[in-house]
Design a protein around this ligand. Structure first.
Ligand code: UD1
Ligand code: MG
Length: 452
């Protein structure tokens, strides 16, 4: 179910498209559901349906619209024509992102195609939730029904066992029950939860599966709750890495929005964000406040603080940063050094090459042991097209040079500081291309005129 408005998010974006750890809330549920291999998978859309439907287009789930949104029972009514006649239907909430596959599986098994299985949890503060009514007061009595908070008597509001919003039902019975719902209640809505009393009245067994971990069943209704779940999720991921031997300086200051594969003796300082698919080899060290997305960092490399890496690979033993930026297509070989305020894009640097200060390498092929001076840039763009710069092995580029592409600097050559190089150079050559120095002895600077 993903048709609700999510008013308390106070956002134009439909609630289920808000992101947790870089993935939409609804996407978390779909990804986890996929692990169960369901026969069919429906997403009930309504509020922001166009956006929600395009977001799930690749998932294989079939959208079913609910217009207008008249309650959770009404939502399920919309899929009734699409459901098979037998089997089990699992109902999940698009805004409860951290439900785990094992819990879904247990719920479906508890149903087994012939019982109604509810996922419940006992909360200290049950305000707002549907309460589980049982014969006798205690958890353990037979389930008789669910009463919504707004419809509950003061005595019923004392009940702390609540419905999490997730259930598994025999499909044939579910179809019949939801079509028989009425909206005669405090909110004038069709409550899915009313089917519980119907099951009881027909003598269909109702079982309650208790969720072990509250994090799994927490819903997102507000930015505050979203931030809380984000932290819980991040902490879970951090714990997995710590248990694998990764040394996180502080698991509370670590963010992973994707997948991170790590070797042995990896160290990650505070405030780093990993996105997409990132691999860190053995003994990689990542300094504080780095943002690393879709990258492979080979063994022994050191990423110094405040470095941004995206779509790049870093060779073994390389040193990058602080304040470096590796953009898509940057491929650094072994022992390459990239220093502060150096930007590398769509360029390969062979083993031992160095660009240590304030430089730009775009669309360049840089040979082994090249030393690329401070403030030098490749002028790779002529205003219409991009061109490549080739710097062969053992070249020394002085400071503040402009290499106007397409251009090749021959192996072992040297380019004098301040040169603007527009023509390719021979191997071993010294190339200097700049205005000659002029010095005028005892030159008097202009004086300020006295005020009239
Ligand atoms: C529901 C349950 C309540 C439970 C709580 C757990 C009902 C009647 N009540 O209450 O017992 O304790 O969840 O969080 O089911 N939705 C639609 N279409 C609609 C209405 C809702 O698709 O017309 C979707 C929402 O997007 C959401 C889910 O259904 O994903 C739950 O809706 P919500 O309004 O949050 O239900 P609650 O009142 O919280
Ligand atoms: Mg709710």
């Amino acid at each position: 179910m993903a048709a609700g408005k999510g008013t308390r998010m106070k956002s134009r974006l439909p609630k289920v498209l808000h992101k947790l750890a870089g993935r939409a809330l609804l996407q978390h549920v779909l990804d986890t559901t996929a692990q169960l291999g369901p026969h069919r998978n429906f997403v009930i859309t309504g509020h922001g349906a166009d956006a929600v439907e395009s977001a799930i287009a690749a998932s294989g789930a079939l959208p079913v619209r609910q217009m207008p949104q008249l309650g959770t029972g009404h939502a399920v009514q919309q899929v009734v024509p699409h459901l098979a006649d037998g089997g089990t239907t699992l109902i999940l909430n698009g805004d409860v992102p951290l439900i785990e596959a094992a819990t879904m599986q247990a719920l479906a098994q508890a149903c087994g195609g012939h019982q109604l299985a509810l996922l419940t949890i006992t909360l200290d503060d049950a305000t707002g939730y549907g309460r589980i009514l049982r014969s006798g007061d205690a958890v353990g009595g037979r389930v008789l029904g669910i009463v919504e908070h707004k419809d509950a008597s003061p005595a019923q509001r004392q009940i702390r066992e609540v419905y999490t919003g997730m259930m598994a039902a025999p499909t044939a019975l579910l179809k019949r029950w939801v079509m028989a719902l009425t909206n005669n209640n405090a909110q004038g809505e069709f409550y899915l939860t009313d089917i519980v009393a119907m099951a009881v009245a027909e003598g269909v067994p109702v079982v309650a599966t208790h969720a072990a971990d509250e994090t799994e069943v927490l819903g997102v209704n507000s930015p505050l709750q979203l931030a809380d779940l984000e932290r819980r999720f991040q902490r879970r991921q951090a714990d997995v890495l710590l248990e694998a031997g990764v040394r996180l300086a502080d698991p509370a200051r670590f963010d992973l929005r994707g997948t991170l594969a790590t070797g042995q003796d990896v160290e990650i300082d505070v405030g780093c964000v990993f996105e997409g698919t990132v691999t860190l080899g053995d003994e990689v060290r990542v300094g504080a406040h780095c943002v690393i997305r879709d990258a492979q960092i080979a063994a022994g490399a050191v990423i110094h603080p405040f470095t941004h890496i995206e779509g790049a690979s870093v060779g073994p033993g390389a040193l990058v940063g602080p304040y470096a930026r590796l953009r898509p297509g940057a491929e650094l070989g072994a022992e390459v050094h990239i220093g502060n305020f150096v930007e590398v894009k769509n360029s390969t640097l062979a083993a031992g090459a160095k660009a240590n200060h304030l430089a730009y390498l775009g669309d360049a092929t840089v040979g082994e042991r090249v030393n690329y001076g401070a403030g030098s840039i490749t002028a790779n763009y002529d205003g219409a097209n991009k061109h490549r710069t080739v710097i062969e092995a053992d070249v020394h580029i002085g400071s503040n040079c402009v290499l106007v592409a397409p251009v090749t600097i021959g192996a072992g050559g040297t380019v004098g500081g301040g040169s603007t190089i527009t023509k390719s150079t021979e191997p071993g050559a010294l190339s200097v291309a700049r205005g000659k120095q002029v010095s005028i002895a005892n030159w008097a600077r202009p004086q300020k005129k006295p005020k009239a």
